[in-house]
Design a protein around this ligand. Structure first.
Ligand code: HPA
Length: 275
């Protein structure tokens, strides 16, 4: 059922969190499949379970921790979401605005969204990263559907440059520094939870998608609506369906992510340092 949240709904979550810290983090990171361990590197962490935050959502995916971690990373005060929320879990798009709007109310103005995705572009390889240049979401629904809350942003807004160019350029420089090849491409949102059919992947390729995944887009749209700078980093965990003669498994996704997480962590650490 469609929910209509008002401003106070989000503010109650933010006030609960702000009561536990004496600073306002400017940078947020959402830790996707390949980056969970970054949370261990945060200094002086204040850890809050999602389930304790009033009006927040609760993770249902086993490999996602479900914790908000606030602290310092490479000299910057950050807030980290270890565990995110997906449409396939049963949440409505309208509910998926909650974490991002709460981060905004904490003072966040820059967000790094990370995820794992399947390569649609056959020149990509598992273990590589794709900077998200743009996305395609052909599902009609939007997280911003429903009464607009002017405190967050305008009813209609431009999304032609929502993955901030200056952050993409910074990511490229940092990749060079840590010795990592970066691709830049288009993330195609797939609602899941099933992976795609080989024919769907062919269609996605002809539509202009380079990588496909089940997250990030609702968060990016909500963040752009409230004026945040957005960086999307997609970890290529597998070749998309039909490219190789083998099925896609979540074990493969998790295994590749584990194997390359150190390098990915290094990249994100460097980006945060230089922000
Ligand atoms: N498809 C959709 N989502 C994914 C994939 C994929 O191949 N790999 C990781 N997340």
């Amino acid at each position: 059922m469609k929910q209509n949240y008002d401003y106070e709904h989000f503010k109650a979550s933010a006030d609960y969190i702000l009561n536990k810290i004496d600073y306002k983090p400017k940078v947020a990171i959402i830790l996707g499949t390949a980056l969970g361990s970054l949370a261990n590197d945060i200094k002086d962490p204040v850890v809050i379970d999602y389930k304790d935050i009033p009006n927040f959502l609760v993770s249902t995916v086993e490999s996602h921790a479900g914790k908000l971690i606030l602290g310092e990373l490479n000299g910057k005060k950050i807030v980290c979401m270890s565990g995110r929320f997906h449409y396939y879990e049963g949440y409505d798009f309208e509910q998926l605005v909650i974490p991002i709007r709460v981060l905004h109310l904490l003072g966040v103005n820059t967000i790094i969204l990370t995820n794992a995705s399947g390569a649609v572009n056959t020149s990509y390889k598992p273990g590589e990263i794709m900077i998200i240049k743009d996305h395609i979401k052909l599902m009609g629904a939007s997280p911003l559907r429903g009464p607009n809350i002017e405190e967050f942003g305008p009813r209609f807004f431009d999304v032609s440059d929502m993955y901030t160019k200056e952050l993409r350029e910074l990511a490229k420089k940092c990749a060079e520094k840590v010795g990592m090849k970066l691709n830049e491409g288009v993330y195609f949102f797939w609602p899941g939870p099933q992976f795609e059919t080989p024919s769907e992947i062919k269609a996605i390729r002809s539509l202009g998608g380079d990588a496909v995944g089940m997250s990030t887009v609702t968060e990016a749209l909500t963040a752009a609506h409230c004026g945040m700078k957005v960086l999307g980093l997609s970890f290529i965990s597998n070749m998309a369906a039909g490219i190789l003669k083998q099925p896609i498994t979540s074990e493969e996704v998790d295994e590749t992510a584990k194997q390359f997480s150190k390098k990915f962590k290094q990249l994100v650490g460097e980006i945060i340092k230089k922000m």
